[in-house]
Design a protein around this ligand. Structure first.
Ligand code: BG6
Length: 458
């Protein structure tokens, strides 16, 4: 029998809840992966009732066709997150719904400025007791706004909760191909043997989006691409690709190796490009003189024996040419390659994260037939094309793992700490430098700039 479950979501009137959390819970319910009667307590400031709350959710995200399935499980709870007395009322509601061993998950789908007040009140109202192994608290990224604020929040959390109760989300870690990185690396001799600076020439980490900031001006304008994307998703990708062989595949051993990478990243100041898309200043809730970046490019190095000297390029931005998240590992030329009388391409491994997940590998091959020419061909593994079916969304996997107390796909404090350290350094260097934000209309202009700086083609 599945454990009785109550999920309480703070920030339930926001985009994340409507677009990701409720659809994921709907799917888990449909697939019977969580207990059918699981209660979902949706907390908001607005004066909704059950029906008008669901209408508001549908308005933000009409695509969740199955929302009705979990309709009876949803309780909308109107409260002020600042008022401690409201937390006591919330506790009464939760106590009424619980049995002794009910699993209780508190999900903070809110901006970093609210983590502190909510955690404090959860603690003060005894919603979570430190020794209660069945209660967990989940924090969305970004965890803090810089190293200092992140440290302060973390210290506070450690005072209130046990580390075992804390889940820090980076939803990229729940994506199928991000989970697959270690398998591709360590379960394939051809890669495992060549995964170092003798064989790898460069690695690109690319997360491009076509959308702008949508309705998230209030949050985004205080954040920007460095804090919103590089600090979390891109550095996590880099850590998984660059880490050494872990002692075991247990959560803490993996994290040890990721941290060893994160603390050894050095970036090349000269390479840094930060941009803002044209029209950003007219977006809702954006300061008219905002200097917030919506695009970042940089070259970095990981100073470990395995990867010393290998350039790693990080690129992310909004309003670019296509939506694509991909890691491109480019291998060195072979010693023989120069003997051919025409230039050969290098081998490239593409770890495709989205929109279509899969892997492709570019190899050199003779053109079939009478010619002696050589061409670059691609071996392709496409998950969707192989009709493995619809891959679960990252949030399904992450929520399910929380219900099972699995911590491998969540970030540990020191990963966050070293990521902030680097991001703060980049931010401060940029402000102190004479560089200015590039205003871009399209990706072509940025591509040209990158080519001029690094000779790399994106
Ligand atoms: C989020 C960022 O973490 O990731 C958003 O806050 C961004 O700004 C999103 O759009 C991208 O995620 P995905 O899964 O669409 O690649």
């Amino acid at each position: 029998m599945k454990q009785k479950l109550i999920i309480t979501i703070f920030g339930a009137t926001g985009d994340l809840t409507a677009r990701k959390l409720l659809p994921a819970l709907t799917k888990l319910n449909k697939d019977r992966l969580i207990e059918e009667q699981t209660k979902i307590i949706c907390i908001g400031r607005r004066d909704y009732d059950h029906a008008s709350y669901l209408d508001s959710v549908r308005k933000i995200y009409p695509d969740n066709q199955d929302l009705d399935r979990i309709k009876p499980n949803i309780i909308y709870f109107n409260m002020s997150i600042e008022k401690q007395t409201d937390y006591f009322k919330l506790k009464e509601l939760i106590d009424d719904e619980s049995f002794e061993d009910t699993r209780k998950i508190y999900y903070l789908a809110v901006g970093p400025d609210l983590l502190e007040v909510i955690s404090k009140n959860i603690n003060a109202s005894h919603l979570i007791e430190k020794k209660d192994i069945n209660s967990s608290i989940v924090f969305e990224k970004p965890f803090g706004q810089d190293l200092e604020s992140a440290k302060a929040i973390n210290e506070l959390l450690w005072g209130y909760f046990d580390e075992k109760q804390i889940y820090r989300i980076d939803h990229y870690l729940g994506k199928e191909m991000i989970q697959n990185i270690l398998t591709v690396r360590f379960a394939n001799k051809i890669f495992e043997d060549s995964w170092h600076n003798n064989s790898i020439k460069s690695i690109k980490y690319i997360v491009k989006e076509t959308d702008g900031i949508l309705n998230r001006g209030g949050y985004y304008d205080t954040s920007g691409a460095l804090k919103d994307m590089v600090q979390s998703h891109l550095l996590q990708m880099l850590a998984l690709v660059s880490m050494d062989v872990p002692k075991s595949y247990q959560s803490d051993d993996l994290k040890e190796e990721k941290v060893n990478v994160l603390k050894r990243i050095r970036y090349d100041k000269e390479s840094l490009i930060m941009g803002q898309y044209e029209g950003y200043l007219n977006e809702k809730n954006v300061n008219k003189e905002s200097k917030t970046e919506t695009f970042v490019f940089l070259k970095a190095f990981v100073d470990t024996p395995r990867f010393k000297g290998v350039p790693m390029y990080l690129l992310t931005g909004k309003k670019l040419d296509i939506k694509e998240s991909v890691i491109i590992v480019e291998f060195e030329e072979t010693a023989e390659q120069h003997k051919w009388h025409f230039p050969l391409k290098t081998n490239k491994l593409y770890i495709k994260i989205a929109p279509q997940d899969g892997i492709s590998l570019a190899l050199n091959s003779k053109v079939p037939g009478l010619s002696d020419d050589v061409e670059s061909v691609e071996l392709e593994y496409c998950i969707a094309c192989n009709s493995v079916g619809n891959m679960p969304e990252a949030y399904e996997k992450l929520l399910l793992d929380i219900t099972k107390y699995h911590k491998r796909l969540f970030t540990r404090w020191d990963e966050i700490e070293y990521s902030w350290q680097l991001v703060d350094e980049i931010k401060q260097d940029f402000v102190a430098s004479s560089k200015s934000l590039v205003t871009y209309k399209n990706f072509d202009e940025l591509k040209k700039l990158i080519k001029e700086k690094t000779n790399e083609v994106f």
